[in-house]
Ligand binder design. Structure first.
Ligand code: 4AD
Ligand code: MG
Length: 463
């Protein structure tokens, strides 16, 4: 008999088809002479209902073994369902229980559990409707990202996890060197003697693959990264993770306009893709998590994003009829409340803010003629705030060297990066999309810890 996934059976299955399904039991209902079990294999939100008749050999023993959470294999024949809520069901001919789940201790029961509680059982929470839907949508977003770039001839490049440079210059680095500290002799004042270290210099987990992506763009024109990045920001918020995934395209012969155009087309493409591939999951989010999810998705797909400069954004915020917690004035970075005000209240759609003050942005952003602002762009999303950060890069060697020094970095540490400006430099631009913030935006999930299977946050790396 053919082994089939439940999503496909629910879509295409016809009465009289014989098949086998394998999955985990969501619920069991015992009635007179038979029992219903709902089986889920992760392929869809909906379960397949299997009917087990008491004339099955060992009926009593099998039914006793089957509880919520048990793993089963059911072979049988599809029949049209008499009951409400499903078109077809599986009439069981054989049932094999792989592993029982003791109802006394199995933490997932039929009732709705809070996300806080589910975070304490991260190894089991993927078996719930909400997390099933989140991780299917997360997967669809990944597929959309690759498809978008591959269709446009971008090369997927793999940038290192271990690096010696702090791309963002924010000092939020996890040290790798400490892994083998016990082999590293220390000098008298407890300074680490890096000459003895594995890499013979301080190394860190990468905060961004951008600098290496720039290297690759200077040979392949258009490239992208999609990989994990790490930040030791001690911000215990619903928008920050210590380990998150970032997508970073980098384009040679491209300016900030081209960068913004790509970013807008990119977000629209992903939303379209997910609406098409995961309609049931998106409907579920709209019903159960946030009733603006579908309207937001439509809005993204159909409307142009707003574009304005940082200077104009500050003017609007200064005029705003809204009490902000943090001050607003030219030169200060936008806080998430300001970002959300612009996207959520004022424009009611994503907003691209450009040309931020140089002193609050990274060293690699291209300096404008005013010498005060840089060719930066952040995309701000309703409910999330910053979802994308990008810029046109500084391609002029002398200006870049000045900026490196001004930000307290040593040009000799970045000799290879500066070389790109020595040999065949071109205007180029790129951006970074926070992948989990995208999944949050897409699903309406309130906390970023609930859109990644194994969240890493301060005080938390359990599973
Ligand atoms: O704005 P960021 O710091 O930009 C960069 O790293 C650039 N090198 C990107 C580039 O131009 N290639 O980070 C990019 C995005 C942010 O807009 C945000 O969505 C996400 O990464 N992000 C985080 N997501 C979750 N947890 C954190 N701690 C994050 N920090 C940044
Ligand atoms: Mg940023």
């Amino acid at each position: 008999m053919v082994n089939r996934r439940i999503a496909e059976i629910l879509r295409n299955g016809q009465p009289d088809e014989s098949l086998v399904v394998q999955g985990w039991v969501r619920t069991k209902r015992e009635l007179k002479g038979f029992a219903f079990i709902e089986v889920n294999d992760g392929s869809s939100l909906a379960n397949l209902q299997a009917v087990i008749n008491q004339d099955l050999p060992d009926y009593e023993a099998i039914i006793k073994q089957i509880n919520t959470g048990a793993s089963v294999e059911v072979a049988g024949v599809l029949v049209a369902s008499q009951g409400k809520g499903q078109r077809i069901e599986l009439q069981a001919e054989t049932v094999k229980v792989y592993g029982e789940a003791d109802p006394e201790t199995y933490p997932l029961q039929k009732k709705r559990h809070s996300f806080e509680f589910l975070r304490t059982i991260g190894h089991l929470r993927s078996r719930t409707n909400s997390f099933g839907a989140v991780f299917r949508v997360r997967n669809a977003c990944s597929a959309a990202i690759h498809q978008f770039f591959q269709e446009r001839g971008f090369l997927w490049v793999h940038t290192p996890i271990i690096t010696a440079s702090d791309c963002e210059g924010a000092g939020e680095l996890f040290s790798v060197t400490s892994l083998n500290l016990k082999n590293v002799p220390r000098t008298e004042n407890q300074e680490i003697d890096y000459s003895q270290d594995f890499f013979a210099k301080p190394t860190y987990l990468t905060v961004s693959g951008q600098l290496e992506a720039e290297v690759m763009a200077m040979a392949f024109s258009n490239v992208y990264t999609f990989g994990p990045t790490f930040r030791a920001e001690n911000s215990n918020t619903s928008r920050h993770l210590a380990e998150f995934w970032m997508v970073e395209p980098e384009m040679a012969f491209c300016d900030l306009e081209g960068d913004m155009d790509l970013a807008e087309a990119f977000l629209k493409y992903i939303f379209n893709f997910v609406l098409e591939k995961c309609p049931e999951d998106m409907e579920f989010f709209n019903q159960r998590i946030d009733d603006t999810v579908l309207a937001t998705a439509e809005n993204i797909v159909n409307n142009q994003f707003e574009r304005l400069t940082y200077t104009d954004a500050i003017k609007l915020l200064e005029k705003a009829d809204f009490k902000f917690e943090y001050p607003v004035s030219w030169g200060l970075d936008l806080q998430s409340e300001h970002e959300r005000y612009l996207a959520e209240q004022l424009f009611k759609k994503p907003v691209i803010v450009t040309d931020y003050p140089a002193q609050i942005k990274a060293f690699y952003m291209r300096l404008n003629d005013d010498e005060k602002t840089v060719r930066a762009m952040d995309i701000l999303a309703p409910k999330i705030g910053e979802i994308i950060g990008g810029s046109q890069r500084e391609e002029r060697l002398d200006v870049l060297e000045r900026r490196v020094v001004a930000q307290g970095m040593k040009p000799e540490d970045l000799w290879w990066y500066l070389d790109l400006r020595r040999y065949g430099t071109v205007p180029h631009a790129g951006f970074g999309l926070g992948f989990e913030r995208l999944v949050q935006f897409m699903t309406g999930m309130g906390n970023i810890r609930d859109v990644i299977p194994f969240p890493r946050t301060p005080q938390n790396a359990e599973f």
